[in-house]
Design a protein around this ligand. Structure first.
Ligand code: USQ
Length: 417
């Protein structure tokens, strides 16, 4: 391994942040977790809890020390609001790397209402700007690795393979002269949450240009699975697992639904194609990104962090085959293309040696096994997705059930299956 680094993990108590902290620690890095426990607080606010029982940060850290011998340090700081504490910590510790997960990450939560929309924008954009500004103020040449999202590209169906963050365009001026430009791939966010990650991109572009900050932005797909090599080492190290209509991501939701005998809730025709990655590969990618930083003065390094692309209805079919669950096509609460194609380059991570886990490998079974083991912790009232993107979708959701056409397994609306 390359020389160990001192790494801040912002948002290190969350679904991606916790297993990443453990993985980086297991690689010999000195890891300092910064978190404000907002994810646990939002669980309380929504009256829901992680499918897997997660213990306190103190206990997590104590258990990690007992199984690995490595020390994780922790500071409770809200990066969006505690700017003075953030700069103080940065000046005192002078980390080599900051991994930034400290953002509100659920699209449905970000669309619930005015309070959640404003919170998501203020927290995510304010937090990211605080981190960038603090790096400049503390004169730190630290590599910032940010977890972005595939959703910044939009899901309109580009018609070509989506490149890694940048697009070469050829503009013809009024005299017929040709100008070649490299621009940030135009964003088409589909929720307030995705909008904040799009704004983050501009913040990064500006600070890389103006202050020569070294920044990597990882455009990650939908994560599935819950355990990693490190979280498997002790029951108290288990990662969180969201299944509810706000925070649960589609495949993990389907597996929990199958485990409790609930039909698989496919939105619309299920023709939405999305990019997926297993949580084990998330942590590997972060380590690879840390090992390959951009140089000072270089543009922001943007990498697509995905393993494969799949259609939601094909996912449902797969889960149905493995578990016997019934599929139910429900009115889509989101404003999104009913059907889209998606081709994405993940050339950089592949070239760095990533051989990603795909859905057809055994881990689907492991995730289903965890869903079944903790099935009695599921509150079925939290399964339906209730947040509508706009009035139109809300009206559709509120239609009485007898107006919702039931579709048998495999027969998607419009015969799209
Ligand atoms: N969907 C269903 N049924 C469900 C839940 C979702 O059909 O019960 C559909 C949605 O309508 C959508 C797709 O599945 O078309 C994906 O939904 P999701 O909730 O799994 O993912 P999303 O809201 O896009 O957000 C998640 C993470 C976010 C991350 C993003 C990556 O919460 O943090 O950035 O995945 S991506 O989608 O590639 O932008």
């Amino acid at each position: 391994m390359a020389a160990p680094k001192k790494i801040f993990v912002l948002g290190g108590d969350g679904f991606c942040g916790w297993p990443t902290s453990l993985h980086l620690s297991s690689l010999g890095h000195e890891v300092i977790i910064i978190d404000n426990f907002s994810r646990r607080r939002i669980d309380d606010e929504l009256g829901v809890c992680s499918l897997t029982p997660i213990v306190s940060m103190k206990q997590r850290i104590d258990v990690w020390k007992s199984v690995s011998g490595s020390v994780l340090r922790f500071h409770e700081v809200d990066v969006a609001n505690d700017y003075a504490e953030l700069t103080q910590l940065l000046s005192a510790e002078r980390p080599d790397v900051i991994v930034h997960f400290a953002e509100q990450r659920a699209a449905p939560y970000s669309m619930r209402g005015a309070t959640e929309k404003r919170y998501t924008v203020n927290n995510n954009v304010g937090g990211t700007h605080n981190v960038l500004n603090a790096l400049v103020e503390c004169e730190l040449d630290c590599h910032l690795v940010h977890l972005g999202t595939m959703g910044v590209y939009g899901y309109g169906g580009a018609g070509f393979e989506i490149p890694e963050g940048y697009l070469n365009v050829d503009i013809t001026d009024r005299d017929g002269g040709r100008h070649e430009w490299e621009i940030l791939y135009p964003t088409r966010p589909g929720s307030v949450y995705h909008l904040t990650k799009s704004i983050d991109q501009l913040l990064f572009q500006f600070y890389a240009q103006n202050d020569c900050l070294r920044i990597t932005d990882l455009h990650q797909g939908i994560v599935w699975g819950t355990q990693t090599e490190e979280t498997r080492r002790h029951p108290d190290l288990i990662n969180r697992f969201d299944y509810d209509g706000e925070y649960g991501t589609v495949l993990n939701r389907f597996l929990v639904q199958a485990a409790i005998g609930h039909p698989l809730t496919v939105h619309g025709t299920g023709g939405q194609t999305r990019a997926f990655i297993n949580i084990q590969d998330t942590v590997r990618c972060i380590a690879l990104a840390i090992a390959h930083p951009p140089q000072r003065g270089q543009r922001v390094k943007i990498l697509n962090q995905i393993a494969e692309t799949l259609r939601v209805r094909d996912l449902a079919e797969l889960v149905s085959e493995v578990t016997g669950a019934r599929i139910e096509y429900r009115p889509n609460p989101r404003k999104e293309a009913a059907e889209n194609d998606l081709e994405v380059s993940n050339a950089t991570f592949r070239a760095l040696g990533l051989d990603p886990i795909t859905l057809h490998e055994g881990l689907l079974q492991e995730t289903f096994e965890i869903s079944s083991r903790f099935a009695d912790r599921v509150d079925p009232r939290h399964i339906p997705a209730r947040t509508a993107w706009s009035r139109e979708e809300r009206a559709r959701l509120e239609e009485p059930d007898d107006k919702v056409v039931p579709f048998a397994r495999g027969a998607a609306p419009g015969g799209a299956a």
